[in-house]
Design a binder for this molecule. Structure first.
Ligand code: UFG
Length: 324
């Protein structure tokens, strides 16, 4: 296969892991990223890198044509739930408005396969766990709403365009590439495992648990942590499914079981062999008590088999990346 795949946001944490997986599979990859949160050195050497904005229609049109892209994956956007309450309009602009401009350009250019990074945040606080794709969509943050808006726009667009799509709803993504070619980088970390490994690595004095009065066994929130490389595999499979003529699909990406905040922190201390102070703070706005994926569809339709469903392994790779 000689056609190129465009990865929008391929210099970011998840996008760069997917770029690595596609390059490893021998695919031609073009990364488009404005480097607002991504990093140039996370882009695989085998990929072509173009610095620019997904909302820049002329640029996107030119890149798609010049590289003969038939498919694309879209990671670009703003991703922090708590931040989205402070700055809702930038979230709508980055995730929905720029995403829509990108979608329009790509559909008009005749792109056949569109893989979209959606999120478990579209469910809000689910009535039942594990949550399946048919559950009611009731996002409880501007982040979740802005991501869902584009998921819906994509589905509507694909009704009348020759484009087929896969929207992958990520649960909590963590860990790093086994060879440490990429990992999570954020100047101001907000994600639990990233913060805990930073504390273990001595990069911060300690950390805070955001609320221990949730209706869960130890009172702290439960999340389904998925290794970023298993998530990258799901993207490669989703693209192969679309390229083989498969129907559009929406699929959860998680392991189907969760860990509490306290369990994760204990695991980080155990795996790293380092202790650090842990305080207790108030609940953080927009946090559902528990989120666990029903990922039967991903397994059934794409033949996805998790290879790294092991919290210690996820944490070890995140810690190794942090201390690299
Ligand atoms: N937490 C703490 N202390 C910290 C950081 C996090 O207690 O210093 C807690 C949070 O309150 C939450 C849990 O750890 O209960 C996980 O929080 P993260 O920030 O790691 O992840 P989120 O669940 O908020 O967000 C993630 C993804 C989103 C996705 C969402 C689905 O980042 O993109 O899961 O809810 F939409």
């Amino acid at each position: 296969m000689t056609t190129a795949i465009l990865i929008a946001g391929g210099a970011g944490y998840i996008g760069s892991h997917v770029a690595l997986a596609l390059c490893d599979a021998g695919r031609k990859v073009v990364v488009l990223d404005d480097l607002s949160t991504g990093r140039r050195d996370l882009v695989p050497a085998a990929a072509t890198f173009i610095e620019g904005d997904i909302g820049d229609r002329d640029l996107v049109r030119r890149v798609l044509a010049e590289h003969g892209c038939t498919g694309l994956m879209m990671f670009a956007g703003s991703i922090i739930v708590s931040e989205s309450f402070q700055m809702p309009l930038p979230y709508w602009r980055n995730n929905a408005a720029a995403g829509l401009a990108f979608l329009e350009t790509c559909v008009a250019a005749g792109i056949r396969h569109f893989v979209y990074s959606s999120t478990a945040a579209v469910y809000g606080t689910p009535d039942r766990l594990p949550v399946a794709e048919e559950a009611t969509l009731r996002p409880i943050s501007p982040y979740g709403r802005s991501k869902l808006a584009l998921e819906w726009a994509l589905a509507d667009a694909c009704e009348v365009a020759p484009t087929r799509f896969a929207a992958l709803r990520y649960f909590n993504v963590a860990g790093a590439d086994a060879d440490l070619r990429s990992g999570q980088v954020s100047p101001v970390a907000t994600h639990l495992i990233k913060i805990a490994v930073e504390a273990a690595a001595g990069k911060r004095d300690g950390m805070t648990v955001f609320g221990d009065d949730y209706p869960t066994p130890d009172g702290t929130c439960i999340r389904d942590y998925i290794h970023v490389s298993d998530l990258a595999d799901a993207h490669v499979l989703a693209l192969a499914h679309l390229e083989a003529g498969g129907d559009s699909l929406i699929a959860n990406c998680g392991y189907g079981h969760g860990f509490s905040v306290r369990e994760v922190i204990e695991a980080v201390k155990r795996v790293s062999g380092r202790d650090f102070p842990v305080g207790l703070g108030p609940r953080r706005r927009g946090d559902p008590p528990a989120l666990v994926a029903d990922s039967a569809r991903l397994k059934r339709m794409l033949g996805w088999t998790p290879k790294r469903d092991d919290l210690d392994l996820i944490i070890r790779s995140a810690f190794e990346w942090e201390t690299k």
